[in-house]
Design a protein around this ligand. Structure first.
Ligand code: AMP
Ligand code: MG
Length: 709
């Protein structure tokens, strides 16, 4: 009997832009039912939803579970479509065909109308696809269904005849635009098939006997149960209620109902058109009745997603941040000697060529290559020694001049023979060939010519850059002012200087750490001290920081507790762009604006504050300071440790390199252990997938130097 440990139900969306931040109906809803109950997730984009689905599937595999994932869009088209479009009878060929052509970006922007038009062009007459915004419609892709003719495809699949209120697959626009959901859904499912290979099957085209089974579902099938749930939970969004009810129902159908549902697809549909799971059953309902007042499942993991709460994956949070920072600082012109560590505000152009004249790359003898006869070459010496700074006269053809490294080659010289390669007397040299023309001579301007861009704007000037600019004759550069960054600690328990007798106070560790990090990154830190856990005091401190700084780092008080004034104030009176980020350590990191000044609301815990500063504040502050977005340069190295990691969040482990080039991690993952950040010389970064790391397995190591520390 078919039994699944986990059920996923996905209510798909064909939106062309991200869904609203606040949970809404016009979005993707995912419900996951397992032994602990039903949990729902709200997703703003298809990319985000698929990351979550893939994470669920992988987590199930890691735990040797079976999972049924249902999606509410058609898996196939009316009979004959696959053959007509792809030349193959299998609808899975259509999946691949679409996956090769649909472009669906991370912000939901997509080319579905173009692809639909291309498909219509392969059919006779007009159609079968229709429906698009005015302006997009044309004779190939009409905006009204009645304009179609002669394309030869049936309007409905067999299952849509059995369920008359289901919408046909051809309609791409406005209410019930199932067609667009299909066009944007099937390529995503094809990616899952590629990712999970033989572990996944697609019902009813393939036998549902794999660990992962993908199936088409139709949440409206259980509308009676949905109505009952909404009666007891009136604030719930209907889409959320639908996925909840269906996930629970499928989870409960382990009494043979699921087998019957699998068996209910007629063979013809199973071959090509697909079928909605549950259609054909006598009474497809929640067998045990839906219980609305379930307590939240107890999971000993503070990252378990509470129902309805949206944890933002690290890459999404970084992308949001990246899209919202622009340089905010003014410019000034500084002499080179004072410009180290500043960010160039405009390109620096070479005022001199480098080298300014052709010069000798070695100590030896210079001559004109064209004047050489057959080897051995016997050349009389002429003139004074050409040394750096001297101005030697012209060298006649067939003669050589003694020349030292770095000296400008005199007129008549284009080639230098190494002194070790000659036999020299007082007035001549003899050497063997063959010599290449131009050997051992550096051409004028081979490094830089006048007017070349020596360094581009956005570059943070290194010591080597000052050398280059000097050589290029650049005396002064246009640079950005340093970014002023305020650092504020919050918490009643914090002191700067604890008397030895007081063991209740916590010495502020974050401020000294953050102020020094900012200084090393080239910013101008501003110490804003400690604010007590008092709404008015924290508000005043934020006001003062916003007045004096270009950006603010706070630590502490970013959670959702009674004394978490940073988050309360930012949510109430400021603007929060990202809050709950699925990373460890890091909960809770808050990013937003106070009076238009960017605020990084770091966790109070020093380990978490440190990691969040490196991962989030560093690239953003650098961009605010006029530089480019910075990604740390990591290296894949063998692990010197073992670790099991759960799916669903990024983790950063305090790590350091062993002499053998392996990454070891700090003995304790407890984020209270501040000694660990001092012990570490880098971080091991683990992405959101589950992992079971054994010694020797590859892991991504990010040295602290790649964070500029
Ligand atoms: P909070 O986020 O304010 O609840 O703080 C979380 C934990 O970090 C608490 O144990 C605080 O005492 C501690 N903490 C907060 N700020 C600092 C700081 N600046 N230095 C050291 N520990 C801190
Ligand atoms: Mg606190």
């Amino acid at each position: 009997m078919n039994r699944f440990d986990r059920i996923l139900v996905v209510d798909w969306s064909a939106r062309s832009a991200p869904s609203p931040k606040a949970p809404s109906a016009d979005a993707i809803w995912i419900a996951c039912a397992d032994a602990q109950g039903v949990v729902t997730e709200y997703c703003r984009t298809r990319t985000e939803a698929m990351q979550r689905v893939a994470a669920h599937l992988q987590a199930a595999l890691d735990q040797r579970q079976r999972v049924l994932a249902g999606f509410d869009f058609p898996f196939g088209y009316p009979a004959g479509f696959a053959q007509a479009l792809t030349g193959e009878p299998s609808v899975l060929a259509v999946w691949q065909w679409l996956a090769d052509r649909i472009l669906d970006s991370d912000d939901n922007d997509n080319n579905r109308f173009d692809v639909a038009r291309a498909m219509n062009a392969q059919f006779p007459g007009v159609g079968p696809f229709w429906g698009c915004p005015t302006g997009v419609a044309d004779s190939v892709l009409p905006d009204r269904g009645s304009l179609r003719s002669g394309h030869g495809m049936a309007e409905r699949r067999a299952v849509e005849i059995a369920v008359p209120k289901a919408q046909p697959v051809w309609k791409l626009y406005t209410t019930g635009s199932v067609g667009s959901q299909t066009l944007l859904g099937l390529p995503r499912l094809q990616q899952l098939r590629t990712q999970f290979g033989r572990k996944a099957s697609v019902w009813p085209f393939e036998a549902p006997d794999t660990p992962i089974v993908l199936a088409e579902i139709y949440p409206s099938l259980l509308d009676g149960d949905v109505t009952r749930l909404l009666a007891s939970a009136p604030d719930m969004i209907k889409d959320e209620a639908q996925v909840r009810v269906l996930a629970q129902a499928l989870y409960e159908w382990d009494d043979g109902t699921l087998d019957a549902a699998f068996a209910a697809a007629p063979p013809e549909a199973a071959k090509e058109e697909g079928w909605i799971l549950g259609v054909g059953l006598e009474a497809p309902s929640v067998s045990a009745g839906y219980t609305a007042q379930q307590p939240p499942p107890l999971k000993n993991d503070c990252f378990a997603l509470p129902p309805g709460v949206d944890w933002v994956p690290v890459p999404t949070a970084l992308a949001t941040l990246r899209g919202s920072v622009r340089h905010v600082v003014g410019r000034e012109t500084l002499p080179i000697a004072r410009a180290g560590g500043r960010v160039l505000a405009s390109d620096a152009t070479a005022a001199r060529a480098h080298p300014p004249r052709a010069n000798a790359a070695v100590d030896g003898y210079g001559f004109a290559h064209a004047s050489l006869g057959p080897a051995p070459h016997h050349l009389p010496l002429t003139g004074d020694v050409a040394a750096a700074g001297s101005d030697a006269g012209p060298v006649p053809p067939g003669h050589a001049v003694r020349i030292l490294t770095g000296a400008a080659v005199p007129p008549g010289v284009d080639t230098v023979v190494l002194q070790e390669d000659v036999t020299a007397s007082a007035d001549s040299v003899v050497f063997n060939g063959p010599m290449k023309p131009g050997a051992n001579v550096r051409a004028a301007g081979e490094d830089l010519t006048v007017g070349n861009t020596a360094l581009t704007s956005g570059r943070m000037l290194t010591p080597a850059d000052l050398g280059l600019l000097s050589a290029a004759g650049v005396k002064a550069v246009n640079v950005y002012h340093p970014l002023r960054v305020a650092v504020l600690s919050t918490g009643d328990e914090l002191v700067d200087d604890a008397p030895d007798t007081d063991d209740t106070a916590i010495v502020d560790a974050n401020r000294p750490m953050l102020l020094d990090i900012l200084r090393r990154w080239g910013h101008a830190p501003i110490d804003c001290g400690i604010a007590r856990d008092d709404r008015a005091e924290v508000r005043a401190a934020l006001d003062a920081a916003a007045d004096s700084a270009d950006a603010i780092l706070t630590s502490g008080g970013a959670s959702a507790g009674d004394e978490d004034h940073i988050s309360a104030l930012m949510r109430g009176e400021g603007r929060v762009s990202t809050w709950r980020i699925a990373m460890k350590p890091g909960r809770p990191l808050l990013m937003g604006f106070w009076k238009d000044t960017p605020v990084f609301g770091l966790p109070g815990n020093p380990v978490a504050a440190f990691v969040c500063t490196l991962i989030f504040a560093r690239p953003a502050l650098h961009a605010l300071a006029g530089g480019p977005w910075l990604d740390p340069q990591g290296f894949v190295v063998p692990a010197a440790f073992k670790k099991r990691k759960k799916a669903g969040r990024h983790e950063y482990l305090r790590a350091r390199m062993t002499p053998e080039g392996r990454a070891e991690v700090f003995a304790s993952e407890g984020s209270g252990r501040i000694s660990g950040i001092s012990w570490a010389d880098g971080l091991v970064a683990l992405d959101h997938d589950a992992r079971d790391i054994q010694p020797g397995d590859p892991v991504l190591y990010l040295p602290l130097t790649s964070f500029g520390l």
